[in-house]
Design a protein. Structure first.
Length: 410
């Protein structure tokens, strides 16, 4: 009887081992190639995702840049880099362009990540708005000097007064040197035909928690200062309707001193040119209006003076609108006491001298200058800016950028 030798058994085992090892090697090779392919697909997908995210970042960047400069044309020839291999380019297509009128604009945004690209096309409605409506403090025609000043928001200082457009009642027409607004039919804005001396800016210990906008940059940090791209339209006013008393206002003619008075209504004062109004320890929650003619020219100097003494609280009454602060476009404001004056709402002054411990919560617009201000604070309030009191004439609405369409393509 035949019995297989041990050598034959060993040969069979070796053959089986070789076959199984070959199969394992083939499977491993196939699996490795599959993993490599899947990793390549994943890398391509990740690059495409990064490119799309870069394009989305470019879209948001475009919105922010247009809100600061309505005429912005896009990035330079170089990519705006997000990281070493990540960036975007933005191109503005030919169309409407204006520094101050509402327009529509189309942009193409190209995002890149390595060799991957993504493209977005967007259309925007651009409302440049009125620059003074977005600032905690605006000084529109003169010097700005003081110390220990806090501005919680942006500020505007016109260092080239001839570039501020002035409202003129009865002015109409669309021609060079005149800007008309759909917000009012009472008049239009024109560029002044006479230059004023260049004002000075001397403020020490300024805590600016926003950006200072001006026409000429002095090389300050881009994070705290920016050249103004839009024309500035000085607000106009028509305070005559406030001379009729109603449930929310009371008119005082010839009253030159208010002391220890508490009132919820808006206090409207009518004085002769040259007279001074003293407010001392008052709580006038409906705000204060010192009337002046609608054709009064701030360049002629202050018509009246308001002196703030003691501790005062002005504005902030919601039942009567809540947006009237201290409106006195023809008055110089003086605060020579060591106590605080708290003002809520929109304030419009001719100028401010020797201001001490003024706390403004809303927006403050000064037509001429602020001189020798100390220990004052100006806090921006969007609701006040968006709902100005009757009688004030602004050129435009609040700035707004609406994305009306977005289309993506590879």
């Amino acid at each position: 009887m035949y019995h297989p030798s041990n050598s034959h058994r060993r040969g069979s085992v070796l053959m089986m081992t070789l076959i199984i090892s070959g199969l394992i090697a083939m499977v491993s090779l196939s699996f490795g190639e599959s993993v490599t392919g899947q990793m390549g697909v994943a890398r391509e997908g990740m690059s495409a995702l990064h490119a799309d995210l870069a394009a989305q970042s470019g879209l948001e960047f475009a919105r922010r840049r247009v809100s600061l400069d309505p005429t912005w044309t896009g990035t330079d020839s170089e990519d705006a880099r997000i990281a070493a291999n990540l960036g975007f380019k933005i191109f503005r297509e030919p169309g409407e362009v204006s520094e101050f009128l509402p327009t529509k604009a189309s942009f193409t945004v190209e995002g890149s990540s390595g060799e991957a690209f993504a493209r977005i096309r967007t259309s925007m409605d651009i409302e440049p708005g009125d620059p003074v409506r977005t600032k905690a403090l605006s000084i529109l025609g003169g010097n700005f000097n003081g110390s220990n000043v806090v501005i919680k928001g942006d500020a505007l200082w016109i260092d080239l007064p001839e570039y501020a457009w002035v409202f003129k009642h009865g002015l109409a027409g669309a021609m060079e040197g005149i800007h008309s607004s759909t917000r009012t039919t009472l008049g239009a804005w024109e560029r002044p035909n006479r230059a004023r001396p260049k004002p000075s800016f001397q403020v020490s210990r300024l805590d600016l928690q926003g950006i200072l906008f001006r026409q000429l940059s002095n090389g300050g940090s881009s994070d705290s200062e920016q050249e103004l791209q839009q024309p500035v339209h000085i607000p106009g006013w028509n305070l005559d309707p406030w001379l009729a008393e109603n449930d929310c206002s009371r008119v005082f003619r010839g009253n030159r001193r208010f002391k220890d008075i508490t009132m919820a209504k808006t206090a409207v004062f009518v004085l002769e040119p040259g007279e001074t109004l003293v407010l001392e320890d008052v709580r006038l929650y409906g705000g204060v209006i010192l009337w002046c003619e609608d054709n009064y020219n701030p360049a002629d100097g202050p018509r009246n003076t308001i002196v703030l003494r003691g501790k005062n609280y002005i504005g902030g009454e919601p039942e009567c609108g809540g947006s009237v602060g201290l409106i006195a476009p023809g008055a110089r404001i003086i605060s020579n006491s060591g106590k605080k004056t708290d003002i809520h709402g929109l304030s419009l002054w001719h100028s401010g001298w020797h201001l001490r411990r003024i706390l403004s919560r809303g927006i403050t617009i000064v037509l001429d200058e602020i001189r020798n201000m100390k220990d004052c604070s100006f806090d921006y309030n969007f609701n006040v800016a968006n709902n100005p009191p009757p009688g004030l004439l602004f050129f435009g609405d609040m700035p707004k950028i609406d994305v009306i369409s977005v289309s993506e393509q590879l």
